[in-house]
Write a protein that binds this ligand. Structure first.
Ligand SMILES: *Cc1c(COP(=O)(O)O)cnc(C)c1O
Length: 355
């Protein structure tokens, strides 16, 4: 049976990315050696790193003065590495969910943290509006897509201070205006690659201002000045990221990804809104195009497991909602197909007909 992968992360990747990466693992560039057993300092791997960096810059139109690096440690390491490098005295955070809260907790190790707004009291079902940012903060940190709750800030905010964004679950799903940001980071395993690499875009002139001694590996300059090769980078994950970047480019770039994301999400949300069994969990204007969360209406609550089983029997994978929301979550990252979301919608319709 064909499987439709709605996993929240690690998540679906384009089939050709997986196949091409597998091929290089068996025989890297015809060298007779595996991608897993070559030095990262070889000419052939340097070419992988160079192309990956160029493609990130090209796809996101990264302006001069920014450097792209590929590091280990996940987005979770960035919760501390980012303030370690950028927090001089005080930073502002928008609390839109668990990941934002974790980022705030780590930032407090390095200075004062101001929470500009929070939707915690409403279980993060909306993006707070009408808040302001103190002028004297070093940056405002936002989580552009809240993977667990299914809310998203799908535009580059206009604020009075530089932005820093955790874009782990929606990077490369739309064009972004990089110059508004001092730093953008994203764990690769949602929308870009296999797990094991984090992509970070930093504004060079903002580095080296923090009034603290930074251990070598945590100092972004260690990596920006050495082309992300200060130590051994995660070679295979970076290669898989390169394959996805090529795939995005070949398929029309981030503008095309954006269009596809709108199209996919509309198909699923339209069905959630139409189907008598379900409703969406978040404020309509803040609905994520990446993680679509929905639950059964109260009168059909008992049908949660039956629907899950029904969908599983028809090839749907990974649609169980996060435990803090419940219900269902269909993650629709770049690799998700229209066919996939239509298959899910068919399940929802067919199940409704059995009730
Ligand atoms: C998954 C996720 C993280 C955590 O990523 P790791 O790479 O596992 O540390 C952080 N932020 C967001 C928005 C996420 O979706």
């Amino acid at each position: 049976m064909k499987k439709y992968n709605f996993n929240a992360g690690p998540s679906m990747l384009p089939r050709e990315v997986i196949e091409n990466t597998a091929r290089q693992i068996l025989d890297f560039n015809g060298s007779g050696l595996s991608l897993m057993e070559i030095s990262h300092r070889t000419k052939d791997f340097q070419a992988v790193m160079d192309e990956a960096m160029v493609l990130v810059k090209e796809l996101l139109q990264v302006p001069e003065g920014y450097t792209v690096v590929f590091l280990g440690g996940g987005a979770s390491l960035q919760f501390m590495q980012v303030p370690c490098n950028f927090l001089v005295k005080k930073a502002a955070y928008l609390n839109t969910g668990v990941w934002a809260k974790k980022a705030m907790k780590e930032a407090k190790h390095f200075g004062e943290v101001v929470e500009v707004a929070s939707s915690a009291d409403a279980n993060y079902t909306f993006i707070p509006k009408g808040w302001s940012v103190p002028d004297d903060v070093d940056y405002l940190h936002i989580t552009t897509n809240n993977t667990i709750y299914g809310t998203e800030i799908r535009k580059d905010l206009d604020v009075n201070v530089p932005l820093i964004a955790d874009m782990s679950s929606d990077i490369f799903s739309r064009p972004i205006d990089v110059k508004k940001y001092d730093c953008i980071y994203a764990g690769a395993q949602k929308n870009l690659a296999m797990a094991g690499v984090t992509i970070i875009i930093v504004k060079d002139e903002k580095l080296g201002r923090a009034p603290r001694e930074i251990p070598t590996m945590l100092d972004f300059r260690t990596h920006t000045e050495k082309g992300s090769m200060f130590n051994t980078p995660p070679v295979v994950p970076i290669y898989s990221a390169l394959e996805t970047l090529r795939w995005i480019k070949k398929n029309g770039g981030v503008e095309a990804m954006d269009k596809l994301a709108q199209e996919r999400a509309k198909i699923v949300y339209d069905e959630i809104d139409r189907n008598k069994l379900f409703h969406g969990t978040v404020a309509e204007e803040d609905r994520s195009l990446m993680n679509i969360c929905f639950v059964l209406n109260d009168e059909y609550k008992d049908l949660e497991k039956p629907f899950f089983d029904f969908a599983t029997e028809r090839g749907m994978v990974g649609i169980k909602g996060h435990r803090s929301v419940g219900g269902f979550r269909a993650s629709c990252y770049n690799a998700q197909t229209i066919e996939g979301v239509k298959a899910l919608v068919t399940c929802m319709k067919e199940f409704e007909a059995t009730v």
